[in-house]
Design a protein around this ligand. Structure first.
Ligand code: NDP
Length: 327
C-alpha cells in the first residue's frame, strides 16, 4: 500500500480523494519509481476537479509529471537508484501518474534527472516549464533572434508563461507579458519581462490583420488572444501555440499567414519524442535561472493538492506549484 490521490467514477459520481492505494491499482510497466516530488499543471487541475474529461481510465492516480528514484526495473536502461523524471505520455490520464508515493511506468517514458536540478526543481519546472522550453525552441529554430523585436507571452502569470519569460530574458529577448493580473507586474518584471499589458487588449474579437508588433509569440491562451497575436505578428515572424486557458477555439483568418508569411507552430509536450525532450531538458539546465524558478514556485503537500487544483483552474495560482508527495 502507498499514499496517493485516487480518482474514481461510479454511482457516487466523480471523486478525487487522498487515500491508501493498493499496489494492484498500478498498471503494468517495467520500472517502479519511488516518487519524491510531483506538481500541479493546468491539466492536473482539470483531472482532479473533473472539469474536462482528461482522465480516460478509472481508478486513476492523477499527475502528469513525476520525479523520483527507480526502485525496481526490468528495463535495460534503468537500474535501482537512478534518478528520473517523467512528463506526459498519457500518465495521469490513461496510466497512473505522479501524485502518489509510487508509480509503475514504462522505461522509455523516463529521462534522467539533469545533474543541475534536484527532483524538486525538476518538478518546479514540470510539464509547464518543459513546454515553455519547447515553445522557445520553436521560435529559435524558426530563426527569431533577440534583435528582431519583442516576444509576446500570454497567460504570463501561469506556469508556462512564467518559465517562458524567465528563459527568454536569459536568452536576451525583450518580452511583453500579457496578463489578467497586472497587479503582479513587478513580479513579471523580476522574471525578466520588459513590459506588461492587460490581457483584455488581446482577448476580444479583433481585426483580421493589425499593426505589426511581435517578432515571436508564446501563446498559452488560445481563442481571440491567439487570433489577435497572429494578426499583429511581424512579417515572417512565428507564433508558438501551446494552450487553451482562454478557450479552445481559434477565431482567426488566414490573412497573417498569406499576407505576412507568419508561421503558427503547434506545441505538444505529451507525445514529444525522446530526443526532443532531452534537448528541452538540457536547454532548461543551461538557460533557466534557478533563483527565478524558486521565486515563481509554491510548495504544497499531497493533502493540499485537491484544493489547489481548483485555485489553479480559477487562475489564482501564480507560477508553479510543486507537490511533496511524502507529506
Ligand atoms: P496555469 O493555470 O498555470 O496558467 C494559465 C494562465 O492563463 C493563468 O495563470 C492566467 O494567466 C491565464 N488565463 C487563465 N484563464 C484565462 C482566461 N479565461 N483568459 C485568458 N487568460 C487566462 O496553466 P499552465 O501555464 O500550466 O498551462 C497554460 C496552458 O497551456 C493550459 O491551457 C494548458 O492546458 C496548456 N499546456 C499545454 C501543453 C502542451 O503540451 N501543449 C503542456 C502544458 C500546458 P494571467 O493571470 O497572467 O492572465
Amino acid at each position: 500500500m502507498f499514499k496517493g490521490i485516487l480518482i474514481t467514477k461510479d454511482e457516487a459520481g466523480y471523486q478525487a480523494r487522498l487515500q491508501e492505494i493498493d499496489d494492484a491499482v498500478l498498471p503494468e510497466g517495467d520500472v517502479s519509481v519511488r516518487v519524491a516530488w510531483s506538481t500541479l499543471n493546468y491539466k492536473d487541475g482539470l483531472a482532479i476537479t473533473g472539469k474536462a474529461p482528461v482522465v480516460r481510465r478509472f481508478p486513476m492516480v492523477p499527475g502528469i509529471d513525476l520525479a523520483g528514484s527507480v526502485i525496481e526495473s526490468s528495463s535495460s536502461v534503468w537500474k535501482p537508484g537512478d534518478q528520473v523524471v517523467l512528463n506526459g505520455w498519457g500518465v495521469g490520464e490513461t496510466h497512473c501518474g505522479g501524485l502518489a508515493e509510487r508509480a509503475r511506468v514504462r522505461g522509455e517514458w523516463l529521462v534522467s534527472l539533469p545533474q543541475r536540478f534536484t527532483p524538486r526543481q525538476a518538478m518546479a519546472i514540470g510539464t509547464a516549464g518543459y513546454t515553455a522550453m519547447l515553445c522557445v525552441l520553436a521560435l529559435e529554430q524558426h530563426g527569431v533572434k533577440p534583435e528582431d523585436g519583442e516576444i509576446l507571452v500570454t497567460g504570463a502569470n501561469g506556469g508556462v508563461g512564467s518559465v517562458a519569460i524567465a528563459l527568454l530574458a536569459t536568452l536576451g529577448y525583450r518580452t511583453v507579458a500579457s496578463t489578467g493580473r497586472v497587479a503582479e507586474a513587478e513580479h513579471l518584471r523580476a522574471l525578466g519581462a520588459t513590459a506588461v499589458i492587460d490581457r483584455s487588449e488581446l482577448s476580444t474579437p479583433g481585426k483580421p490583420i493589425g499593426k505589426e508588433r511581435w517578432a515571436g509569440v508564446v501563446d498559452t491562451v488560445g481563442s481571440h488572444t491567439l487570433a489577435n497575436a497572429c494578426a499583429t505578428t511581424r512579417y515572417r515572424g512565428a507564433v508558438a501555440a501551446c494552450g487553451l486557458a482562454g478557450g479552445m477555439d481559434f477565431p482567426a483568418t488566414v490573412a497573417p499567414f498569406i499576407l505576412r508569411g507568419v508561421t503558427l507552430y503547434g506545441i505538444d509536450s505529451v507525445m514529444a519524442p525522446l530526443a526532443v525532450r532531452q534537448e528541452a531538458w538540457q536547454r532548461l539546465a543551461r538557460d533557466l535561472d534557478p533563483a527565478k524558478l524558486e521565486s515563481m514556485t509554491r510548495e504544497i503537500g499531497l493533502d493540499e493538492a485537491l484544493a489547489v487544483a481548483g485555485e489553479l483552474l480559477a487562475g489564482k495560482v501564480r507560477g508553479r506549484v510543486v507537490v511533496d508527495v511524502n507529506r
